[in-house]
Design a binder for this molecule. Structure first.
Ligand code: MRU
Length: 342
């Protein structure tokens, strides 16, 4: 299942705000529409927003005004800046924009029309690479999964969050396709309900056994011995292994440690921010108060109540058993073992 598809200057996105009650595809024909789709979470998940942003740069570049090369690069800067301003936490967004921009710069001796094609081609390359990366994450992670495992996950690190397969969910897909009897426990993931709306939907489509729980039930099931391991995705991993992921991940990690349950992070190397030494400097997105006070437009809290809505938290690396990447599984000490993957 692919949440995004690019053809002839149009980026088609499955509208993830509508799932699972409605399956709708949105067309983005301008880079501004791509930026809005990322900001409004029509497309979400670190790898998916990265590749969408790369396509956004390509779409913007294609419609750049005819002019000199200097004017073209000025416009390209503006397009990249708009896309960079959409969501602050997932490093894949910045990584992807920087990669296509660098590709354009490396080819600045070519004609503007050639540079436009090169940008579009680079975005397509990143799309294909992401699919292969996720398959490799699934292959490596599968080694950690035994028959009859029950795996808890938080948020959606599935096909919908990437260009296909997912990161955490790729591990589950691989184990299931190998004939291992596994069950996934999906945290609903308040306030945006990525677990209930997206992970549960995605796994059900694939016939992978999945049980939905409210976020506050995870500790209960861990204490009862019902969870064998936790696998989550990541939005940004610091050099020391500290990991930003969907709000609530930290609580799950602490509960897992208390109950001696392995806690794994599955993410591509592009999610590691090699410029950030610890998770303390990872910017945390604050989203709208309505995500907390309303569910599907219906108020669930008193009008005017004070609200805090950080979209992510940072799990210190001491809670993380291992980080599963396309290049293999990194164990502590992460400073050394993640660096080897650069
Ligand atoms: O706010 P979202 O839905 O974009 O957050 C997504 C997550 O936190 C995912 O776990 C993360 O991006 C990894 S996706 C493979």
């Amino acid at each position: 299942m692919r949440p995004l598809e690019y053809k002839d200057g149009i980026l088609k996105l499955i509208d993830q705000t509508k799932l699972p009650s409605e399956y709708k595809v949105v067309d983005c024909a301008t880079y501004m529409e791509v930026a809005d789709a990322i900001r409004d979470m029509i497309v979400r998940g670190a790898p998916a927003i990265g590749v969408s942003a790369a396509y956004g740069v390509a779409i913007g570049a294609l419609s750049a005004r005819d002019g000199s090369k200097e004017e073209f690069f000025c416009e390209l800067d503006e397009i990249c800046n708009v896309l960079r301003g959409t969501r602050p936490t997932a490093v894949n967004l910045f990584w992807a924009i920087d990669r296509v921009y660098r590709k354009a710069l490396d080819n600045r001796d070519r004609s503007v029309s050639e540079i436009k094609d090169i940008i579009a081609q680079e975005a397509c390359n990143m799309d294909c690479e992401d699919v292969e990366t996720n398959k490799a994450i699934g292959m490596h992670g599968n080694k950690l999964i035994k028959n009859n495992y029950t795996i808890l996950t938080h948020c959606n690190a599935g096909a919908l969050a990437t260009c296909d397969y997912g990161t955490a969910l790729s591990v589950m897909r691989m184990a299931h396709s190998e004939g291992k009897n596994i069950r996934v426990i999906a945290d609903e993931t308040r306030p945006y309900l990525q677990g209930a709306r997206l992970t549960a939907w995605e796994l059900k489509q694939d016939g992978i056994p999945v049980t939905l729980i409210c976020d506050n039930m995870a500790g209960h099931f861990m204490k009862l011995g019902k969870i064998d391991c936790v696998i989550v995705g990541a939005d940004r991993i610091a050099v020391n292994g500290d990991t930003a992921n969907k709000i609530g991940t930290y609580s799950v990690a602490v509960l897992a440690k208390e109950n001696n349950i392995p806690f794994y992070v599955a993410a591509p190397v592009s999610t590691i921010d090699f410029s950030m030494q610890t998770g303390d400097s990872i910017p945390i997105e604050e989203r709208s108060r309505e995500e907390v006070t309303h569910i599907k437009g219906i108020p669930v809290a008193p009008e005017g109540i004070d609200v805090m809505n950080p979209a992510f938290d940072v799990t210190p690396s001491r809670y993380i058993t291992a980080i599963i990447t396309e290049k293999g599984i990194a164990y502590p000490p992460f400073e050394k073992n993640l660096k080897d993957m650069e």
